[in-house]
Design a protein around this ligand. Structure first.
Ligand code: C5P
Length: 254
């Protein structure tokens, strides 16, 4: 029991209704070459709505790359995982004024003031990207958590961070699919819960440690699953994308 935080303890046994509005796929575009990335997007546009642009591509190709992605009718989840003093984070968000970004990540560990100031800075932008707080990276397990000096278990940390982030104004959270149930129990159906660490069965884990398959993640209440290497390294990325989206659509009927 003591593995869970306040709100979650009371509700731990309740069965959580998954997010019946459905769960969509976000492709993590973790690639080096811009031309390759755009060619891939042109190939798999059949039904894919969202693309995650992360540090690798944003640092190399900058805001112009976002326009190139958006001009192909993709919606952009900008995964910069901002983490700095409140003033610096607010200024960074201000610099995104002309960027076609609909969701933006920050580290929840930046604290309530950073998140609240980020929300205010976001409110000043015309496109008002959703503020998404990253709880504990899915590449971290309990052993690594201890190594960085944080007390586990992970579920307790994630729950406390998630509650704090939502209270401070975050529209959603990034978490491992293994924490979906506990977060839905604690926070209800409203916050967006975005889950990397997704591995269709028979896929390599790579460096991910806390993983789940797309169907189970959708049923557990994920709003969006983020998938990178299982699509990027597939023999046929287009087919891999379609298969995952079909699986998500089917999970709605189960
Ligand atoms: O290739 P893979 O499917 O593991 O990609 C997962 C993506 O999700 C990567 O871009 C990674 O940076 C991101 N991510 C994550 N864990 C988090 C937050 C983001 O794996 N907690």
């Amino acid at each position: 029991m003591d593995e869970y935080c306040g709100l979650c303890i009371k509700m731990k046994t309740k069965t959580v209704q998954a997010n019946r509005a459905g769960c969509d796929l976000i492709l993590a575009l973790d690639m080096e070459d811009k031309a390759d990335a755009l060619a891939l997007l042109d190939k798999i546009d059949n039904g894919l709505n969202w693309v995650k642009v992360g540090l690798q591509m944003f640092i190399r190709w900058g805001p112009k790359f976002l326009n190139e992605v958006a001009s192909r009718n993709y919606r952009i989840f900008l995964d910069l995982k901002l983490h700095d003093i409140p003033n610096t984070v607010a200024s960074a968000i201000g610099s995104l004024a002309d960027c076609p970004v609909e969701m933006l990540t920050l580290h929840a560990s930046g604290g309530p003031e950073m998140l609240a100031v980020a929300k205010k800075a976001r409110d000043k932008l015309s496109n008002k990207p959703k503020i998404i707080a990253v709880t504990i990276l899915t590449s971290i397990n309990n052993a690594i958590l201890g190594e960085i000096g944080l007390q586990g278990p992970i579920s307790k940390r994630v729950c406390a961070m998630g509650e704090m982030a939502v209270k401070s104004g975050a529209d959603g959270l990034v978490c491992s699919p293994l924490e979906l149930n506990i977060l839905r129990e604690s926070l209800g159906k409203n916050p967006l819960l975005i889950t990397p660490g997704i591995r269709p069965s028979k896929c390599k884990m790579d460096d991910q440690k806390r993983v789940m398959n797309p169907t189970d993640a959708a049923k557990s209440g994920s709003s969006f699953i983020v998938v990178g290497r299982p699509i990027l390294n597939a023999m046929n990325p287009h087919e891999a994308t379609l298969r995952i989206r079909e699986e998500l659509a089917q999970s709605l009927n189960e």
